[in-house]
Design a protein around this ligand. Sequence first.
Ligand code: SF4
Length: 214
Amino acid sequence: MAKVSKRTKEILALLDQEYGTEYVCYLHYETPWQLLIATILSAQCTDARVNLVTKDLFQKYDTLEKFAAADQKELEQDIHSTGFYHNKAKNIIACANKLVETYHGELPKTLEELTGLAGVGRKTANVIRGNIFHDPSIVVDTHVKRISKRLGFTKEEDPVKVEFDLMKVLPKDHWILYNIQIISFGRQVCMARNPSCATCFLKKYCSETGRKQT
Ligand code: SF4
């Protein structure tokens, strides 16, 4: 990675100051495989909705083996409110089966192995790598994509290209934190519509200040 610029360091210092440097996960889970399932469910769904659904789901299916043996139609009903329930249920069952059969119920560590599981793309794999294994990884969700563009870290739309741009500009010790902090920033300050530009603590670094005043 190239030298981290003064500008990037300043932005990260402000994010650290505002949101702290603790690793927090917005999805509720007790075991690594529960985080994997919660993350699969979080596609096109809010974390709050997923947390509501998994509260009962993880009681009903309290082992990975139970997910592997689940009846697809019944699981579809159980996760219906998270949207895209047909594909999600199919993927969760296939993913649980592979974890049980190939990995003895443990989560694999590498990006290649994780993305080899049904329903697991780079984003989900990076959530697991960061939260479970603390392996530096950048999760590009809707907030990271939108705000990284506004802050001039990328011009890309494609999440994988955004991830690669961010890996070039951010120091490794902030790869996991950046996503955690940007989610808070995206929810509280820099919303997709009507961001609070007037009071934004990053406005001097933003390419959209003024055009987004509320
Ligand atoms: Fe977001 Fe506005 Fe801040 Fe720019 S100035 S980062 S658009 S809230």
